[in-house]
Design a binder for this molecule. Sequence first.
Ligand SMILES: CC[C@@H](NC(=O)c1cc2[nH]nc(NC(=O)c3ccc(N4CCN(C)CC4)cc3)c2s1)c1ccccc1
Length: 267
Amino acid sequence: PQKQWSLDDFEIGKPLGKGKFGRVYLAREVKTGFIVALKVIFKEQIEKYRLHHQLKREMEIQTSLRHPNVLRLYGWFHDEERIFLILEYAHGGELYRELRKTGRLPEKQAAMYIASLTQALAYCHEKHVIHRDIKPENLLLDHEGRLKIADFGWSVQSKSKRHTMCGTLDYLAPEMVEKKAHDYAVDNWTLGVLCYEFLYGGPPFEAERQNDTFRRIVKVDLSFPPTPEVSADAKNLISQLLVKDSSKRLSLRKIMEHPWIIKNVTG
Ligand SMILES: CC[C@@H](NC(=O)c1cc2[nH]nc(NC(=O)c3ccc(N4CCN(C)CC4)cc3)c2s1)c1ccccc1
């Protein structure tokens, strides 16, 4: 039977970070000493933004997913005013912090992350889960530097549905920006955005104002600056992902077979 957790089962440590609707703390399960990340979400926030179903979906989805590059959700509990998610602790913190520190990643490192993300997404898509919100802030690193996708708050379990826009537009595919029905291929687009950002240090359609980013995305206004020096293979992969017609984007399987991935990841 599923164990009933409560706050008494944990010693709370330092705050690790905060998101839109809650905070995450380092925590230790008292009986075993097992270290976790405890995400605390306030019910009145959830009710206020009517995100109850969304949170429920995040919990069902993340509990059901088992993949080395997907952050585990071990369980949850609640008290009068808060909901607690017992999450896997990623010792390395947020990938985007590493990205900001180094500015951009060496090609081999970038390819490793893209390959991990591709495999995690292939697994999610097999389970009919579209994450839809893959961005550096949602990517964590474990103690071995292995990438973990966190925060399935915006994922959906089944076929595409309309949803409200939120957060930065930089990572959104044209069909999401244009509020068209979308499918799994949005995550393929996002892989292209991330690959570009890993190699150039910023997202491909960045602009001063949001609606300029909007325009650049729907136009797929993609250009590769002359510096930093990026291999033709890397640019080729990015160009095959940042394609407006979602049916023409490189499939997750084809990404794993791409020369840039083969050259940098296997062997
Ligand atoms: C991705 C956002 C999401 N976060 C999670 O779910 C999160 C789940 C989860 N598990 N482990 C984490 N680890 C950390 O946050 C972390 C941060 C910094 C660390 N270091 C600092 C620098 N130092 C040199 C090394 C150690 C280490 C671990 C996080 S975040 C979220 C969503 C809503 C509300 C709060 C948080």
